[in-house]
Design a protein around this ligand. Structure first.
Ligand SMILES: Cc1cc2nc3c(=O)[nH]c(=O)nc-3n(C[C@H](O)[C@H](O)[C@H](O)COP(=O)(O)OP(=O)(O)OC[C@H]3O[C@@H](n4cnc5c(N)ncnc54)[C@H](O)[C@@H]3O)c2cc1C
Length: 338
């Protein structure tokens, strides 16, 4: 257990924002977390759960408790003819879990490598990349109810997963601490290589026969080329979600903007590429003071040095405004603002 007062969160958020937590607490076992909740639940509004801070923008000092879970552990809980069921505690690093699966030939998460963060945060926004989402391999999770200290089990439908969304970002926002997640992994891999440039990357790598390792390597190579490493340039990945619109709106837009980048969804709606919308408004690579838009990916807002969270938030609002003025589309934030 680690406890600090008036503690800088700069090393604990990938934007590198220098704010202080009134109290900072790190807990390493489920028992410690339960004990903490039982003592504090009357004032749970004053608690922020922190993973690796890769999907958070701190805009002010936090006058409460910042709780970081460090409960580690990965365990094979059962298997059947087709699947392995693997339970990972919330404090495991997501990419370590992906590598563990690859090492054991448990298939399914190989497209989700190099996503920063901890396992406990992964269901929050149903993390996804390159045609795979967490929900595709999710079995269940355990979470502690901050209102009464009880541990509850959530199955897939309880979590109401959507595109970068779950019940934990909506009705149950701030009401649960996710303690562990159980994944359903395939014994026989079903490779997803159609999305983005995976096939092209595999070709460049000279891969003739697919394996979990090779698909994973292709994804890692693509990500390293495309995304800034927060160690060198503060960022939180995609700042905005890709907006989903009706067919009517899509048709209206494509008539005016023939270059519009959009993907048809199963229910006849269209997902617009938010990066394209932002780029068309002239933001790509633009810098305002210490804040900016990444030169290779306009969905990524960056901290060029000592930007404050408030300055990054202001930049994001300017972007939202210009996109709305040009396209009539509201860009929803993907990241959590505190
Ligand atoms: C370079 C970069 C690339 C990225 N690429 C992707 C990508 O491809 N796909 C994608 O989906 N995301 C991506 N992200 C976003 C981010 O990595 C994910 O959202 C990740 O799951 C956040 O994990 P975290 O541990 O850092 O969570 P944090 O940022 O610490 O927290 C995120 C939210 O979850 C809550 N939370 C955290 N842990 C718990 C818990 N145990 N119980 C309850 N609530 C909790 C926090 O309070 C907060 O609201 C990227 C980020 C970066 C910096």
């Amino acid at each position: 257990m680690v406890f600090k007062e008036d503690y800088s969160l700069k090393p604990y958020n990938t934007f590198g924002i220098d704010v202080n937590a009134r109290y900072y607490l790190e807990l390493t076992t489920t028992e410690q977390i339960q004990e903490f909740v039982n003592r504090h639940f009357p004032e749970y509004d004053n608690i922020v759960i922190l993973g690796e801070g890769s999907n958070i923008l701190f805009t002010r000092d936090y006058d409460g408790i910042v709780l970081r879970l460090n409960n580690k552990g990965i365990q094979l809980v059962r298997e059947n003819k087709d699947h392995f069921y693997l339970k990972a505690n919330a404090g495991e690093v997501w990419d370590d879990l992906v590598n563990y699966c690859i090492g054991h030939q448990y298939a399914g998460l190989e497209n989700l490598s190099l996503i920063p963060g901890l396992v406990g945060a992964s269901p929050m926004q149903n993390i996804g990349a390159y045609g795979v989402e967490l929900k595709d391999h999710f079995e269940e999770l355990e979470a502690i109810n901050l209102e009464n200290g009880q541990i509850e089990l959530f199955n897939k439908s309880d979590c109401v997963f959507g595109y970068r969304d779950s019940v934990f970002k909506k009705d149950k926002k701030g009401k649960y601490i996710i303690l562990s997640v159980t994944f359903r992994l395939d014994k026989l891999p079903v490779f997803k290589t159609k999305y983005g440039v995976i096939e092209q990357e595999l070709k460049e790598m000279g891969v003739l026969s697919l394996s979990i390792e090779k698909v994973n390597e292709a994804v890692c190579r693509i990500r390293r080329k495309k995304l800034p490493d927060p160690k060198y340039l503060g960022n939180a990945g995609s700042f905005f979600k890709n907006p989903v619109v009706t067919r009517d709106i899509y048709e209206e837009l494509i008539n005016i903007f023939p270059g519009l980048v959009a993907f048809r969804q199963a229910n006849d709606s269209y997902k617009l590429a938010a990066a394209w919308l932002v780029e068309q408004c002239g933001w790509k690579g633009k810098r305002i003071g210490n804040t900016g838009v990444y030169e290779h990916q306009s969905l990524v807002l960056v901290n060029h040095g000592s930007a404050t969270g408030q300055q990054i938030l202001e930049l994001s609002m300017k972007i939202q405004e210009t996109v709305h003025n040009k396209f009539g589309i509201h860009l929803e934030r993907e990241i959590n603002v505190i």
